[in-house]
Write a protein that binds this ligand. Structure first.
Ligand code: SAH
Length: 246
């Protein structure tokens, strides 16, 4: 497949598992990435819970991590602050620029690279202790290919953490109608319900990659308290902890 000219990626990019409209949306909003009350406010609010979820399974200090679809670096930076050695990869160029500039400001060291997950995995097979891929799979044409790439990056016995949105009536009402159109928690048009992924579908894609599910958690929003928290309810936004087979 030819790389579309509007996609400014390295020339050796052999996999083009990307939706250009998605990248355009993220690039367009990139300057607001670190505004905690802005378009990506929800990512800022859920971030501490994601880190807490990860830390239940593995320490972070000294661990080599790749954060796939890192965006402006909200998760990447918080992992690096815990003294992990973090690489953040994404295909939205302007978003990565925001991530790099923010890193200069904050002094938190993350190695940001404009590269597809598939190409990165080919170049760094089994070189990471931990892979994170949060709120990204529902934005790509072929999530299985990303899951396989995540599995390829991690060492045997290492951890892979995903988060995405479940697909059912409740997630349509809460993640699209309420979050995008009523409460303005997420920019309108961010999500397409058909691209949401059920936990069973996730597991069906993870198994062939030799990723074994260790735990799951829901990330729930309480509109009355205007607060997020972890729960057992995976109906809408959820986290999965996988371990690669030894
Ligand atoms: N993981 C970050 C950002 C989530 S937003 C966080 O949770 O804080 C989704 C990100 O996925 C955006 O930065 C977008 O540019 C990126 N993305 C979308 N399609 C991609 C693809 N095919 N390859 C790499 N990154 C992609």
């Amino acid at each position: 497949m030819t790389v579309p000219s509007s996609l400014d990626t390295p020339s050796n990019n052999s996999h083009v598992n990307v939706d250009l409209n998605e990248l355009e949306n993220f690039n367009r909003l990139s300057s607001t990435w670190w505004d905690k009350e802005g378009e990506f406010g929800a990512l800022h609010k859920i971030n501490p819970y994601r880190v807490a979820f990860i830390e239940q399974f593995t320490p972070l200090k000294g661990q080599r991590i790749v954060d796939i679809g890192c965006g402006g670096g909200i998760l990447s930076e918080s992992l690096a602050k815990k003294e992990a050695e973090v690489t953040g990869i994404d295909l939205a160029k302007e978003v990565l620029t925001v991530a790099k500039l923010h890193g200069l400001d904050s002094g938190v060291k993350v190695d940001y690279q404009l590269i597809s997950a598939e190409d990165y995995a080919q170049q760094h097979p089994e070189q990471h202790d931990i892979v994170t891929c949060m709120e990204m799979l529902e934005h790509v044409p072929d999530p299985q290919s990303i899951i396989q790439a995540a599995a390829d990056c991690v060492k045997p016995g290492g951890w892979v953490f995903f988060s995405t949105l479940n697909r059912n009536y409740k997630s349509y009402l809460l993640a699209i109608i309420a979050a995008e159109h009523i409460l303005n928690l997420v920019p309108k048009g961010t999500h397409t319900h058909e691209k949401f992924i059920t936990p069973a579908e996730m597991d069906a894609m993870a198994r062939p990659a030799e990723l074994y599910l260790r735990d799951s958690a829901g990330i729930e929003f309480n509109p009355l308290l205007n607060q997020y928290g972890l729960s057992d309810n995976v109906d809408v936004n959820y986290l999965l902890a996988y371990q690669k087979g030894l």
